[in-house]
Design a protein around this ligand. Structure first.
Ligand code: HEC
Ligand code: HEC
Ligand code: HEC
Length: 157
């Protein structure tokens, strides 16, 4: 038969040893991120919904805008919003690094949206000066007041 005098303390020591990382890290957890929220106003949906579902909502927005040409979003409580990442979300959340990035760094996600979309804190680039040739043919350098980035649209999604 086994010797319970040794086996039981052995098991206790084993359990303590295996769970050591849990005790060790107790109370040392990393502080939750604090995204900087707009001072007043509301989001397109509730804060809780946005926190857990903004990725899905952005996907829906992009499909509606680009594939169906729908530019108005009606929220679950009937309020209406312009469907746009740059001219919608980022008009209220006008500091990507203090808002989106704070959470994303914490969660170690890196949405690739900013490869193409322009975060608000990036300096606005100037429209190119119309060359003499363009002027001669009366071609406007920027089409109908849209920002330059947007005038390159339609290619993706
Ligand atoms: C009209 C202004 C406005 C627009 C447009 C807007 N938001 Fe918000 N958003 C807010 C406000 C204000 C809050 C804070 C709500 C609160 O405290 O109840 C918020 C909260 C959030 C939160 C939760 C943050 C947290 O700390 O939990 C996320 C995520 C978010 N917004 C993402 C987005 C995204 C993505 C879009 C575009 C699809 C968007 N917002 C569009 C104003 C806006
Ligand atoms: C309250 C914290 C928080 C804020 C604020 C926040 N996000 Fe996120 N976001 C997350 C988390 C967490 C994930 C990862 C979710 C997952 O993997 O399921 C994520 C994922 C995403 C994704 C999907 C990325 C992927 O690779 O799957 C997109 C797109 C995104 N966020 C856009 C934004 C934009 C744009 C803003 C700013 C307007 C923003 N988020 C603000 C927490 C946040
Ligand atoms: C390869 C470049 C590219 C990438 C990457 C990209 N987009 Fe876009 N996106 C575009 C273009 C081009 C349009 C069309 C602009 C227009 O017609 O107004 C667009 C339009 C949109 C729209 C609707 C129109 C608007 O004004 O915002 C949303 C919403 C959107 N994208 C969200 C996203 C999100 C969220 C991500 C990241 C998960 C993302 N996009 C990544 C190029 C890109």
């Amino acid at each position: 038969m086994y010797n319970s005098d040794k086996v039981i303390p052995g098991i206790i020591i084993f359990v303590l040893f295996v769970t050591l990382p849990i005790w060790w890290n107790h109370g040392k957890s990393v502080a939750a991120p604090e995204p900087e929220l707009p001072k007043k106003g509301r989001c397109v949906e509730s804060k809780e919904y946005m926190r857990s579902h903004h990725m899905q909502l952005l996907n829906v927005w992009r499909n509606e805008a680009i594939r169906q040409g729908m530019r108005i979003y009606t929220s679950s409580d009937g309020a209406r919003f312009w469907i746009s990442l740059q001219n919608g979300c980022m008009k209220c959340h006008n500091n990507k690094s203090k808002f989106c990035d704070r959470c994303h760094q914490f969660a170690a996600v890196e949405p690739y949206c900013w490869n193409c979309h322009i975060p608000p804190e990036t300096k606005k680039f100037k429209a190119p000066k119309a060359s003499g040739l363009l002027k001669l043919f009366g071609v406007p350098p920027v089409l109908h007041g849209s920002s330059q980035a947007e005038s390159y649209g339609h290619a993706e999604h």
